[in-house]
Design a protein around this ligand. Structure first.
Ligand SMILES: C[S@@+](CC[C@H](N)C(=O)[O-])C[C@H]1O[C@@H](n2cnc3c(N)ncnc32)[C@H](O)[C@@H]1O
Length: 278
């Protein structure tokens, strides 16, 4: 970076530095995220103030971020929050970083729950709390959210408080801590196959491994959730699933006694949502 640096220079320098370890299109997009989410200088601000000088403290902050980002640490962990459904969510290394495609799970759960007229829903593996908290904010259902990780639950509770949502958090394995009756079960469970580990982006090594990996080619957690929800009389189960898992998980759901199991794909054409109905 040069001695007198404008915000426009900084943004360009950033894109160049990020391009040393990211594909160039991603580097450009991420440089704009740094300006907006990190420094509070969105594109609209940059249009009018791009030639303003960057204060030393901000240059120092960006230098620190660059050093950590170069090691592979995801951007959202550097700033401590991530966007989801146009809201800011606290994230830590104990929680998965919310992914945009998880909004499809939320939309599907809202649609299925409203169609069935449910009055309650359970989210399994709440992590940062995004699904459970959005369900609590967007419905009048009684929401329970669980996780095996107490550290993740602490973050989810903080997010619920910050968003003004009322829901119950329980610690434990899948549906074990949740009392009957069950109506709608929603989850974005761990579903990455161990065999895929070597080919994954290096950023994933910074996320909690228990949030990502599941035995049985990534299908152990989804299969157990479906089985427990069915055995305990849930009316429906809505799950985020991995690419290529839809056919097998639908077969397993039907084998468990669900009346109907549907696999929906995301915009990239990958299996993404499984809906099982009693
Ligand atoms: C893929 S993350 C989903 C986090 C969040 N719901 C989201 O969509 O961003 C899966 C979550 O499941 C939790 N988890 C893993 N195994 C679990 C189990 N056996 N019972 C309950 N939660 C579990 C992890 O701690 C993690 O928070």
């Amino acid at each position: 970076m040069t001695s007198s640096l404008s915000y426009a220079d900084l943004r360009r320098d950033l894109a160049g530095m990020l391009a040393r370890f990211l594909p160039s299109e991603e580097a450009v997009a991420e440089s704009w995220r740094w300006m907006d989410e990190g420094l509070g200088k969105p594109r609209s601000w940059m249009l009018a103030h791009g030639e303003d000088a960057v204060p030393g403290a901000e240059r120092e902050q960006v230098g620190q971020w660059i050093r950590r980002r170069r090691e592979g640490e995801p951007w959202s962990y550097l700033i401590g929050w991530a966007p989801f459904r146009e809201k800011r969510w606290k994230v830590t290394r104990d929680t998965l970083i919310p992914r945009p495609e998880t909004e499809l799970v939320l939309e599907a759960a809202l649609e299925v729950g409203r169609r069935l007229g449910v009055t309650r829903a359970v989210e399994i593996g709440t992590g940062s709390g995004i699904l459970g908290v959005c369900l609590a904010l967007e419905t009048d259902w009684a929401i329970t959210a669980t996780d095996l990780s107490p550290a993740a639950l602490a973050v989810a509770r903080a997010n619920a408080g910050a968003q003004g949502a009322t829901l119950t958090f329980l610690e434990g394995d899948l549906l074990a801590p949740v009392p009957d009756p069950l109506e709608l079960v929603v989850s974005n469970p761990p579903y990455v196959a161990e065999a895929d580990r070597p080919s994954l982006q290096r950023e994933l090594a910074f996320e909690p491994q228990m949030a990502l990996f599941s035995p049985d080619a990534g299908m152990d957690h989804p299969t157990r959730i479906l089985a427990q929800a069915r055995a305990r009389g849930a009316k429906a189960c809505v799950l985020e699933i991995g690419a290529g898992q839809g056919g097998e998980l639908c077969r397993r759901a039907m084998g468990q006694g669900w009346g109907k199991a549907m696999n929906h794909q995301d915009l990239a054409g990958h299996d993404r949502i499984l809906i099982a109905l009693a």
